[in-house]
Design a protein around this ligand. Structure first.
Ligand SMILES: C[S@@+](CC[C@H](N)C(=O)[O-])C[C@H]1O[C@@H](n2cnc3c(N)ncnc32)[C@H](O)[C@@H]1O
Length: 246
C-alpha cells in the first residue's frame, strides 16, 4: 500500500524512522497520516469525517439555515450539484454532502488529495449507514480546478461552484493554528485565485460562492452579488442565474 501510494504520488518511499524529510506521509493500519518533523511541528494531520469537528458540525451545524448552506442557495427540495474547487481536507464539502448535495471535490496538492481520498474512502466503508450515505455523495479528483473546469462540456456544468482558497497571510502568525501553518507550508498561497474565480463564473450554472475571512477584500477585487456573514467568515456569492423557480 505504501509503495503503491509512493508510486502514484511520485514520492520517495522511506523507512518510518526517517527524520530527514520535513514531512512524512505515513500509512498506518487505521488511516493515512501526514506527520511533520522539526521545530514547531503540528501533530499528525488526517481526514476523519466520523469524529471531531465534522461529526460535531453534522449534528449541531444548523442545517440549511447555516451561513454556508444559505450562501450555496440550498432550499426545500433543491440540492445543487456542487464542485468544491479547493477541497483541502473536505470539511466544507462534508457539510454540503451531509445536507444532501452531490459534491465533486477537486484538490491539486497530491499529498492533501491523498489524505482527503483516504478520509472519504474510510467514511464510505464506515459502520454508520448515515455516514456511508453522506460519503457516497462525495467524489474526489486529484486535479487543478482551472484545468478541470475548462475541460467540462456544456452538459457537465456544475450548478454551484464553491471556492475556499488559502486565506491571505496574517501578520500575527502566532494566531494561526499549527494545522493551518502546516497547510500553508505544504501547499503555498494559491496565487491564481483571481483566474480560478473567472473560470468558475463561466462554468457554474447558478452561482459561485467564495469563502473569505470577514475583513478580507473581494477575490480578484470582484464585487459579489451579495454576501452572507458569520462570526469570522464571509461568503461572497456571485449569482449567474436565479434559483427562485426551484
Ligand atoms: C483553505 S484550503 C480549503 C479547505 C476546505 N474548504 C476544507 O473545508 O477543508 C485550500 C485548498 O485548495 C487547494 N487549491 C487551491 N487552488 C486550487 C486549484 N486551482 N485547484 C485545486 N485545488 C486548489 C489548495 O491546495 C488547498 O488544499
Amino acid at each position: 500500500m505504501a509503495s503503491d501510494l509512493a508510486h502514484v504520488l511520485k514520492l520517495p518511499l522511506v523507512p518510518v524512522a526517517d527524520r530527514c524529510s520535513r514531512f512524512l506521509l505515513l500509512v498506518t493500519r487505521a488511516r493515512l497520516e501526514l506527520r511533520q518533523h522539526g521545530p514547531g511541528a503540528a501533530g499528525p494531520v488526517y481526514v476523519d469525517f466520523a469524529a471531531g469537528r465534522s461529526a460535531h458540525r453534522r449534528r449541531f451545524g444548523g442545517g440549511v439555515g447555516q451561513p454556508l448552506a444559505r450562501a450555496m442557495g440550498l432550499k426545500q427540495g433543491w440540492r445543487p450539484r456542487v464542485v468544491d474547487a479547493t477541497a483541502g481536507m473536505g470539511r466544507d464539502s462534508f457539510v454540503l454532502a451531509a445536507l444532501g448535495c452531490e459534491v465533486t471535490l477537486l484538490e491539486r496538492s497530491p499529498v492533501v488529495w491523498a489524505l482527503l481520498r483516504d478520509g472519504v474512502i474510510r467514511a464510505q466503508m464506515a459502520e454508520d449507514p448515515e455516514l456511508v450515505d453522506i460519503a457516497r455523495r462525495m467524489t474526489t479528483h486529484h486535479a487543478d480546478a482551472i484545468d478541470y473546469l475548462e475541460r467540462l462540456s456544456e452538459g457537465e456544468q456544475p450548478e454551484v461552484i464553491y471556492l475556499d482558497p488559502m486565506y491571505p497571510k496574517r501578520r500575527k502568525s502566532a494566531l494561526v493554528k499549527k494545522e493551518m501553518r502546516l497547510f500553508r507550508e505544504l501547499v503555498g498561497d494559491d496565487p491564481d485565485t483571481g483566474r480560478l474565480l473567472a473560470v468558475a463564473q463561466r462554468c457554474a450554472a447558478y452561482r459561485v460562492v467564495v469563502k473569505r475571512p470577514s475583513k478580507a477584500g473581494y477575490l480578484g477585487e470582484l464585487q459579489p452579488t451579495m454576501a452572507i456573514n458569520s462570526a469570522n467568515t464571509r461568503y461572497d456569492v456571485y449569482v449567474r442565474k436565479g434559483i427562485s423557480r426551484k
